[in-house]
Design a protein around this ligand. Structure first.
Ligand SMILES: Cc1cc2nc3c(=O)[nH]c(=O)nc-3n(C[C@H](O)[C@H](O)[C@H](O)COP(=O)(O)OP(=O)(O)OC[C@H]3O[C@@H](n4cnc5c(N)ncnc54)[C@H](O)[C@@H]3O)c2cc1C
Length: 426
């Protein structure tokens, strides 16, 4: 069947194989796929097989004393949170959507708004079971098969199929978040707010306007788990785009209005509030298929990280480059990462600032902008996030990910993806 990833940039034929705990792959070279929330080609393999993990859907163990959870790799974070939050536990690290599997969270070593407090998802993993295409099955942990463990965390599915994992939870008293939001006028103010949130705030993130003369202003949000439950009722609202519009709804005509509207709306609401964890952490999940707003040509996400010493100047330069390019982004997110070095050989985070931007695919002009941004990222000692990437060059990957040759030793020769062929060769 035809398969696309979240960015909707391609839609090509794949052979689909359903995995379960006894999975034996066919002769086709394949790549595991969870919920397909990676934006680019990390889980795509046109002409080959995709090993869908949706049948790896069992909870295995929940140790409510120690705060440890074990499940199969196709279980989603949403399913886990629905079970554990009412029992006083939560996941320390989640991305901007709950529709992500445990296997996908490990294979991209995902990060979230709490990175400065807890690090990445991989930092929480106690052990995982890896099935290789030679039929072998290995338990990997920091103590056992530790090199393969480090290659599998952030290993974009290339070291084997993760069938199950055990990971640590954190205590929570309710599903509510005490949140504070503050408007800022420029990047310096953003960095001040981030600095003052590094201690005492479990999570933080900012939306930033990168269009026109007001580029650099934004809304800073930080939060802590609420100490007690709220009696407010939560409305479960799931809107959706029933079809793909013929053109991107995010375009030159709408961008300035979208950014200005968003800024003023949120500026007016600034201050303290108690909000449900789903609306705080996963606002986009309220609209299923929101990715369709970018129209039939799809969209790219460009997510970079820049080390601290160059963070402010490089972010400034990227914002200026975007503003003068005529391309624009509405979903622009800025976050300062904590100091923790991730475990994975190909993990993305480093101490510094990450900027994530969505751009409608306008063809050559969008790619020209990315080439200019790449140059800033490389020169500043940064890198791009593989979960979002669909077009980075192999030389850029090799320059910015220092452990590529070490990683290659642990690849499973029966696994390949569009991304691995693009970035690592055959
Ligand atoms: C709205 C939105 C917000 C997001 N926000 C963030 C964010 O804040 N932070 C962040 O880090 N990411 C974020 N992401 C990206 C997302 O967290 C990652 O792409 C994640 O890996 C997707 O999980 P998935 O289950 O959909 O995996 P897929 O996209 O299906 O696959 C991702 C990778 O994992 C591999 N994989 C999947 N399952 C297994 C398995 N069982 N064994 C081995 N390999 C496997 C695949 O081969 C592929 O390389 C966001 C994505 C969206 C759509």
């Amino acid at each position: 069947m035809k398969v696309h990833s979240w960015g909707l940039l391609s839609n090509e034929e794949h052979q689909i194989e359903l995995t379960d705990s006894n999975f034996k792959h066919s002769n086709a070279i394949g790549i595991p796929m969870g919920l397909g929330r990676s934006y680019g080609d990390a889980a795509l393999n046109p002409g080959g097989a995709i090993w869908l993990t949706s049948a790896l859907n069992h909870f295995i163990a929940f140790d409510e004393e120690r705060g440890e959870f074990e499940c199969e790799a196709g279980v989603s974070l949403r399913e886990i949170q629905a079970l554990i939050i009412p029992r006083g536990w939560n996941l320390p690290v989640t991305p901007g959507t709950q529709f992500v599997t445990v296997g996908g969270a490990i294979a991209n070593d995902i990060h979230g708004k709490s990175h400065h407090t807890y690090g990445t998802f991989g930092d929480q993993v106690i052990s995982l079971t890896l099935r290789r295409t030679d039929g072998s099955e290995m338990l990997c942990s920091p103590e056992q098969n530790s090199e393969l463990f480090a290659a599998t965390i952030g290993g974009i599915g290339l070291t084997g199929l993760i069938t199950k994992a055990r990971f640590a939870l954190v205590r929570c008293t309710s599903p509510w978040i005490e949140m504070e939001s503050s408007p800022f006028n420029n990047l310096s103010e953003f960095f001040e707010l981030s600095k003052s949130s590094a201690i005492g705030w479990e999570s933080s993130v900012a939306w930033i306007d990168c269009v026109g003369t007001k580029a650099g202003r934004g809304i800073f949000m930080r939060g802590n788990p609420a100490a007690k439950a709220e009696s407010k009722k939560v409305k479960e609202r799931q809107l959706g785009l029933p079809f793909t519009p013929p053109i991107s709804l995010v375009n030159k005509a709408t961008l300035r209005a979208l950014n200005t509207g968003y800024f003023h709306l949120n500026k007016a609401k600034a201050g303290h509030s108690t909000v449900h964890y789903q609306s705080y952490f996963y606002p986009l999940d309220a609209i299923s298929n929101w990715n369709r707003i970018y129209g039939p040509k799809g969209f790219y996400q460009y997510q970079s990280v820049i080390p601290h010493d160059r963070a402010e100047s490089a972010t400034q330069e990227m914002m200026a480059t975007i503003a003068s390019s005529g391309e624009g982004s509405f979903l622009a997110v800025l976050k300062v990462f904590g100091e923790k070095t991730p475990r994975g050989l190909l993990s993305f985070p480093m101490p510094g600032v990450t900027l994530a931007l969505d751009f409608p695919n306008r063809g050559a002009s969008t790619l020209e902008l990315f080439a200019k941004l790449d140059e800033i990222v490389i020169r500043s000692g940064g890198r791009l996030y593989l979960a979002k990437d669909a077009r980075m060059s192999r030389p850029m990957f090799e320059t910015t990910y220092p452990n590529v040759s070490e990683f290659k030793k642990y690849r499973d020769p029966g696994i390949s993806s569009a991304m691995s062929r693009r970035l690592l060769g055959a």
